[in-house]
Write a protein that binds this ligand. Structure first.
Ligand SMILES: Cc1cc2nc3c(=O)[nH]c(=O)nc-3n(C[C@H](O)[C@H](O)[C@H](O)COP(=O)(O)OP(=O)(O)OC[C@H]3O[C@@H](n4cnc5c(N)ncnc54)[C@H](O)[C@@H]3O)c2cc1C
Length: 561
């Protein structure tokens, strides 16, 4: 080592690679160093370590934070659970002679109803809107989106493949319970693409503000990082950290990882980055490979790397899935199993404790009704629940009142599939550091003439609030203006825009929970709480299901106490 040359420790070096190039590079480096097993010994977590650049809030993944507190294990009779609670844990017939009122008919409420019915509880679900599913919703031609201050009618062509999922739209392959219900209910699935090499990465402060075909950024970043690491190894900078076997293994790995020159380990560009003119069909020059960019030019702005690495997250990795024909196929399938217990347009007004259990007052068609039951499971979002009259303990009410939510609005257009026909983009997501944040290309009906393109899905909370506060036409105008920085003819292609700003949707008033639940994981006498916001996977339907299992588990403990 030369005098004054800073010695890089192995861990520090790998961490720096991880920051710049993503966890998969670091992971491969670990593997090549024979350290794979030490990674797995760190244990697993459902948390998604999404980098949080200044331009994007940390809620950006919709994988969101990890609330470990819902992972309580308990023992009852013959069953103990080190795992999170799940069907099969609860004694058959344990609900015989017991009644439960479930508040809210989203995925959490319907999971509770379905599983409790199987245990022979007498179940009633009260749902404020005229449909089952809550945030699980699919918008098609003629559907009406009512917000607090506006109303929009969906003007898509009347076709079953032209739909917009304004809430949940993708399912991680690891979301075993949700996927289990899809299997059980016969909900057909198809692939959902997060990362598409032909999609675009756009940052107003990188690459002169010009959108880049993602594969060029992927390849050049990997190539440069690989070259840098190879250089350090070949200059013996890591000799005190690496054995000669480590060095050989890493160098071999780096050649293929970064597509380096086989003899000198230099990154000299790669066919992986594509060819000149590749962004539009008809202007490709297959003889002219994209020239390699320097690492310094690639690192001007963090955003493209954050966007590149987003699909590395544990809930965002391939394969991702979606139900064929729209996400509400899942809600409809649940509903079919529990429809006899389900009351729509039943707006809960009061939740009261009584000596024998719980009394719920609700309004339906302007008439007030009451229902009394032994137990109640409340899945109403905290944003709404905080203003419902109740007898909750002050600790429960305080947590409800202070619960923070993301706002995450979405907007979609109908369009000719110019992204497929002109740009060879089939599914996947383009990212931009403008407010719209993302453009999602449909994964269904590839090759058809028309499709629904998601023109905004906003994670940054300030931008989400600004967008939500706009009238629908203003949202459309700003989404078109920003989209044109990725697709130059955007304004002439897209039409029939429709948006959903969750913070303005009655009975939702927010997109998904951000706070960590604590008191709400415990019952308040005979009242139990569930909903995605209370789970370790908030912002996911799987989280809504996990929260339902937790509530059923707590209820089972109480019934058997
Ligand atoms: C923009 C966005 C993107 C998302 N992306 C994904 C994704 O890609 N994949 C994924 O798996 N998940 C995603 N999610 C999360 C997913 O939608 C939720 O985790 C899940 O649907 C929540 O289910 P829930 O039953 O907890 O709540 P909800 O679906 O909100 O159900 C609560 C129900 O309570 C009802 N209610 C409210 N007030 C009252 C009242 N006074 N009386 C009676 N009923 C009432 C509501 O109408 C609603 O039906 C996304 C969510 C959003 C908003």
């Amino acid at each position: 080592m030369k005098k004054n040359q800073k010695r890089i420790h192995r861990r520090e070096f790998l961490e720096n690679i991880g920051k710049a190039a993503g966890s998969s590079v670091m992971f491969r480096a670990f593997l090549a160093m024979g350290l794979g097993s030490s990674l797995s010994s760190c244990g697993s977590s459902s948390a998604e370590a999404t980098p949080s650049p200044s331009s994007v809030n940390s809620d950006a993944s919709t994988g969101l934070s990890s609330n470990s507190s819902s992972q309580q294990s308990f023992s009852l009779g013959e069953f103990t659970s080190q795992k999170s609670p799940r069907p099969g844990d609860w004694p058959a017939n344990s609900g015989m002679g017991k009644s439960v009122t479930i508040l809210g008919g989203g995925i959490a409420g319907m999971t509770c109803a379905y599983e409790l019915q199987k245990l022979n509880y007498s179940v009633s679900i009260l749902e404020a809107t005229d449909r089952a599913g809550g945030r699980n919703r699919t918008i098609r031609s003629g559907d009406v989106v009512n917000e607090l201050n506006s109303s929009q009618t969906c003007m898509f062509d009347d076709h079953n493949e032209l739909y917009f999922n304004p809430g949940p739209a993708r399912i991680a392959h690891s979301h075993e319970f949700l996927l289990g219900y899809c299997r059980e209910f016969g909900v057909e699935l198809e692939n959902f693409t997060n990362r598409n090499s032909a999609a675009l990465l756009h940052s107003t402060s990188a690459f002169s503000g010009k959108a880049q075909v993602a594969k060029t950024v992927f390849s050049d970043t990997r190539g440069n990082i690989a070259e840098l690491l190879a250089t350090a190894i070949n200059q013996n900078a890591l000799d005190s950290e690496l054995t000669s076997t480590d060095k050989t293994r890493i160098l071999n790995m780096l050649r293929s990882y970064g597509d380096l020159n086989r003899s000198n380990y230099k990154y000299e560009g790669s066919s992986r980055a594509g060819y000149s003119g590749q962004e539009s069909i008809g202007s490709r020059d297959r003889d002219t490979q994209i020239s390699a960019r320097k690492l310094q030019d690639l690192l001007v702005d963090e955003f493209p790397h954050w966007a590149t690495n987003h699909s590395e997250g544990i809930n965002q990795q391939p394969s991702m899935l979606q139900p064929k024909g729209g996400m509400d196929k899942i809600a409809r399938a649940f509903y079919a199993k529990i429809s006899s217990s389900f009351t729509t347009e039943a707006i809960v007004k009061q939740i009261r404790k009584i000596s024998e259990g719980v009394r719920v007052v609700y309004e339906r068609g302007g008439v007030s009704y009451e229902i009394e039951s032994d137990y109640c499971i409340c899945t109403i979002p905290a944003t709404v629940l905080k203003d419902i009259q109740n007898d909750f303990s002050s600790e429960h009410q305080n947590e409800i009142t202070s619960f923070q939510y993301s706002n995450a609005p979405k907007l979609a257009f109908q369009s000719r599939r110019f992204w497929e026909q002109d740009n060879s983009i089939f599914g996947g997501i383009s990212y931009t550091n403008q407010d719209i944040t993302q453009i999602w290309y449909p994964n269904n009906s590839l090759g058809a003439n028309k499709g629904i393109i998601v023109g905004a899905y906003i994670w940054n909370n300030n931008a989400a609030v600004t967008f939500s506060d706009q009238l629908p036409q203003q949202r459309i105008d700003s989404a078109i203006l920003q989209g044109a920085n990725l697709h130059s003819n955007y304004q002439n292609e897209v039409s029939n825009g429709i948006s959903v700003a969750w913070r303005n949707i009655p009975f939702q008033l927010g997109a998904y929970g951000l706070s960590s639940a604590s008191v709400l994981l415990t019952p308040d006498d005979n009242i139990f709480f569930a909903g995605e916001h209370l789970s370790e996977l908030s912002g996911w339907q799987e989280g809504a299901i996990l929260s339902a299992y937790h509530a059923i588990n707590e209820l089972t403990k109480k019934v058997h106490a």
